[in-house]
Design a protein around this ligand. Structure first.
Ligand SMILES: Nc1ncnc2c1ncn2[C@@H]1O[C@H](COP(=O)(O)OP(=O)(O)O)[C@@H](O)[C@H]1O
Ligand SMILES: Nc1ccn([C@@H]2O[C@H](COP(=O)(O)OP(=O)(O)O)[C@@H](O)[C@H]2O)c(=O)n1
Length: 211
């Protein structure tokens, strides 16, 4: 059983996926962390972020491990844990260029499809491209200002700078960010986190919530 939660940047995907996963007693999987890991490793190696051949060679030489827990995903390369470094503004600024590369998308998709069910998968194209057969699909939205105000609690920049960066990332991510036709769209703007989690749980078909 797979539940997908897609949406725009900072719409609440990982927080909602975590809450839903905990309620169901299953893990969640953050696909964005894989794109972020590819970006961080590329930046550290001094690679051009649009050089798919060099990036893929580097990723294959440094295999990562994603630990998809319900309370938060963690990423390792060898003995080094990268998790805390994946949400920097530097990675935010480069990740959409890396995610535009079809070779990198195929690398991410193969790792996601190899994971054992059940899980909640969150990202941009979980319900459309990666898990079109998912048992339930959701798509989260909120205005750029609301999202920037939320993210400002997690980044050093001010709200206008964060809003500009989010809007630019939305633009670069447009291709892979269309909601699945069978996704339930939730505007999280007027809702608390618990209300969004409750809305998702209440919309799950019985066969999905029973596992
Ligand atoms: N409905 C909500 N109301 C208030 N804050 C929220 C809501 N959903 C998420 N948040 C907060 O917004 C921030 C971004 O959420 P996050 O789950 O990281 O989004 P995404 O995974 O889409 O980037 C987090 O600090 C989170 O706690
Ligand atoms: N399924 C996905 C998930 C993320 N991404 C890319 O990875 C970036 C980071 O995604 P994320 O979900 O970790 O971050 P936020 O946008 O939620 O801040 C996005 O801006 C996209 O460029 C993607 O293309 N497809």
């Amino acid at each position: 059983m797979i539940v997908t939660i897609d949406g725009v940047a900072a719409s609440g995907k990982s927080s909602v996926a975590s809450g839903v996963a905990r309620a169901l007693g299953i893990p969640y999987v953050s696909s964005g962390l894989l794109y972020r890991t590819a970006t961080l490793l590329g930046l550290e190696a001094g690679l051009e972020l649009n050089d798919a051949t060099a990036l893929l060679a580097h990723l294959r030489a440094n295999p990562l491990r994603l630990e998809p827990r319900a309370k938060g995903n963690r990423v390792w390369v060898g003995e080094r844990e990268l998790t805390a470094e994946l949400h920097s503004s530097r990675v935010d600024a480069g990740v959409s260029r890396v995610a535009a590369l079809p070779e990198v998308r195929a690398w991410v998709d193969a790792q996601l499809r190899a994971l054992p069910e059940p899980f909640v998968a969150e990202g941009r194209d979980m319900g459309t491209n990666v898990f079109p057969h998912a048992g339930a699909k959701f798509y989260l939205t909120a205005s750029p200002r609301v999202r920037a105000e939320r993210r400002a609690k997690e980044r050093p920049e001010d709200v206008p700078a964060i809003e500009a960066a989010l809007t630019e990332r939305d633009r670069l991510d447009t291709v892979q960010s269309a909601p699945a036709p069978d996704a339930r769209v939730i505007d999280t703007g007027p809702l608390t986190l618990d209300e969004v989690i409750g809305a998702v749980l209440s919309e799950l078909p019985e066969h999905v919530s029973r596992g």
